[in-house]
Write a protein that binds this ligand. Structure first.
Ligand SMILES: Cc1cc2nc3c(=O)[nH]c(=O)nc-3n(C[C@H](O)[C@H](O)[C@H](O)COP(=O)(O)OP(=O)(O)OC[C@H]3O[C@@H](n4cnc5c(N)ncnc54)[C@H](O)[C@@H]3O)c2cc1C
Length: 421
C-alpha cells in the first residue's frame, strides 16, 4: 500500500509523522507494511517552518483572544467549551467553520502536548503566542523530522499536477502561493488565491505621491485603522515604514480585508485614528492639555501615547505651528488638530510583503472536502491539509495551528482507512 504526500512543509511533514505514529499503534510499520513517500520540490523539508516567527517559530496560540476557556494559561482540554464560530472568525477570516471542527479534535492544547511529549519546552508570550523556550524553530523542525521514521523523503521533486491514481492515498500539502498551482487541472471547488498579511504602501491624499508620513519610518504607535467606507477596522501597534505602514494592526486589517482590497486593486482610503478615541473625546483631551500647559510649546506637551516626532508631523498636517504655545491656540485649531488625529487620511497605493509573515488566502474550498477527514468529496483517496485549503488567519500562531490541525485530521483518517483494509 502506498501513501503519497506532496509537499514537505509544516502540514506535510506533521501529517507524515502522525501517520507513522498512528499506524505503529495499530501494528502497521511505515517502510515495511506501508510505503509513505513525501515529495518535495525544494532541497530540504520544512524550510519555511525554519523561518517562522522570525526564526523562533510561533507554533500556536492559546486562543485567549477568542474566549477559549483557559486553565493555567492554556486552552482547556478537548471536549470542553470551545470558541464559537463568530469568535474564531476574528482570527480565521476564512475557514473558521472548518477550523471549528478541526480544532475540536486537535487544538492548541493537543499541539502543545504533542511537542512537549517529544521533549520541546514551550512558553507563552503576549497575545497567547506559543514559542519553544529555545526560541529556535530548528527544534520544531527536528522534532517533526524525528517522527518521520520509515518515511521516504524525496527532495528536488516538483509535482506538476495531481494524479490520484499514483498511490492508494494522495495527500496534497503544497501550501499557498506557487504551491497552489498544482490545483490547476483539478475539477473541484476552489477560491481564488490572494495574498493576506501584507503591509500597506501609502500616499497622502494631499500630494498623491509617497506619503510624507514615511519620513518617520521606524516610529510605532498604538492606533486604530480602518478602510474608508467599509466596516473593516483593527486596533494595535502601527509601525511607520519607508513606504507606508505595517505592524500587527495593519497585518490584521490586511487579513480581514484581503478579498475587498484585491477587488479594489489595492487602492482604497485608509483612516488612522492615532488617539484611539472619538473626535469629541480628542477635543476634550486637547483642551485639557491646553488648560494644564498654557505656557508650554505645543510641540513639547502632547498626549503621552504619541511619539514626539509623530505628534509634530500631525500638528503640521493640521496647520498648527508646533512652536506656538498652548495658550495661544484657538478652538478652531484644536478642532482641526483633533480631526487630523482621529481621521488621518491616506490612500492605499499598493501592498508590500511583510517580513514577519505572509500567507495566501483561497485554495481548495471548504465545501470541496469532508470537514472531518479533509478527503476530497469528488475524488475519494485524495486529501488536503495546510495552506492549500481556503483557511488562513491573522498573525499569532493561528496559521501553523491550522496546518497541525488539518494534518492530524488527515493522518487519522488515512491510518484508519489503512487499518480497515
Ligand atoms: C516569513 C514567514 C513567517 C511565518 N511565521 C509564522 C508563525 O510564526 N506562526 C504561524 O502560525 N504562521 C507563520 N507563517 C505562516 C506559516 O508558515 C504557514 O501557514 C505554514 O507554513 C503553512 O504550512 P503548509 O505546510 O501548508 O505550507 P508550507 O509550509 O509552505 O509547505 C509547502 C511545501 O510544499 C512544497 N511544494 C510546493 N509546491 C510543490 C510541488 N508542486 N511539488 C512538490 N512540493 C511542493 C514547498 O516547497 C513547501 O516545502 C509564516 C509565514 C512566513 C512566510
Amino acid at each position: 500500500m502506498k501513501v503519497r504526500i506532496i509537499g514537505a512543509g509544516a502540514a506535510g511533514c506533521f501529517c507524515a509523522a502522525n501517520l507513522v505514529g498512528m499506524l505503529k499503534e495499530k501494528g502497521v510499520r511505515a517502510g515495511r507494511d506501508v510505503r509513505i513517500e513525501v515529495l518535495e520540490r525544494g532541497y530540504r523539508p520544512m524550510v519555511k517552518l525554519l523561518h517562522t516567527g522570525g526564526g523562533r517559530c510561533n507554533l500556536t496560540n492559546t486562543f485567549e483572544s477568542t474566549g477559549w476557556p483557559q486553565f493555567k494559561g492554556r486552552p482547556t482540554a478537548k471536549g470542553l467549551a470551545m470558541p464559537s464560530g463568530r469568535e474564531l472568525a476574528a482570527v480565521y477570516p476564512r475557514g473558521y467553520r472548518l477550523m471549528s471542527r478541526l480544532l475540536g479534535e486537535f487544538g492548541p492544547a493537543e499541539t502543545m502536548t504533542w511537542f512537549e511529549k517529544r521533549g520541546v519546552l514551550l512558553k507563552v508570550e503576549e497575545g497567547g503566542r506559543v514559542f519553544p523556550i529555545s526560541d529556535d524553530a530548528a527544534e520544531i523542525v527536528r522534532t517533526i523530522r524525528d517522527g518521520m521514521q520509515g518515511v521516504d523523503l524525496i527532495c528536488k521533486n516538483e509535482i506538476d499536477s495531481i494524479d490520484p491514481d499514483g498511490a492508494d492515498f494522495t495527500i496534497v500539502t503544497t501550501g499557498g502561493g506557487p504551491g497552489m498551482q498544482i490545483l490547476w487541472n483539478l475539477d473541484i471547488e476552489k477560491e481564488a488565491a490572494l495574498p493576506s498579511l501584507f503591509a500597506f504602501k501609502l500616499s497622502d491624499t494631499a500630494d498623491g505621491g509617497k506619503s510624507r508620513l514615511c519620513s518617520l519610518a521606524g516610529i510605532s504607535a498604538q492606533a486604530s485603522i480602518a478602510i474608508a467606507g467599509t466596516g473593516f477596522r483593527s486596533e494595535g501597534a502601527v509601525l511607520i515604514t519607508d513606504s507606508g505602514i505595517s505592524g500587527p494592526a495593519v497585518l490584521k486589517l490586511s487579513s480581514h480585508a484581503a478579498r475587498h482590497l484585491a477587488d479594489k486593486s489595492y487602492h482604497a482610503g485608509v483612516l488612522v485614528n492615532w488617539m484611539n478615541m472619538s473626535e469629541a473625546e480628542s477635543i476634550q483631551t486637547l483642551e485639557k492639555l491646553k488648560q494644564d500647559n498654557p505656557a508650554r510649546l505645543i510641540v513639547n506637551a502632547h498626549p503621552q501615547a504619541l511619539p514626539s516626532r509623530l505628534w509634530e508631523h500631525l500638528c503640521t498636517k493640521a496647520g498648527i505651528k508646533p512652536a506656538q504655545r498652548w495658550g495661544e491656540s484657538g478652538n478652531a485649531g484644536i478642532r482641526r488638530l483633533a480631526a487630523v488625529l482621529c481621521n488621518d487620511s491616506y490612500m492605499l497605493s499598493g501592498r508590500s510583503r511583510s517580513k514577519e509573515e505572509f500567507v495566501t488566502c483561497g485554495g481548495v474550498a471548504a465545501c470541496a472536502v469532508d470537514p472531518r477527514t479533509l478527503e476530497c468529496k469528488k475524488i475519494p483517496g485524495l486529501y488536503f491539509a495546510g495552506e492549500i485549503l481556503d483557511i488562513d488567519a491573522v498573525t499569532g500562531g493561528f496559521n501553523l495551528q491550522a496546518a497541525w490541525s488539518g494534518a492530524y485530521a488527515v493522518a487519522k483518517a488515512v491510518s484508519e482507512a489503512i487499518s480497515a483494509r
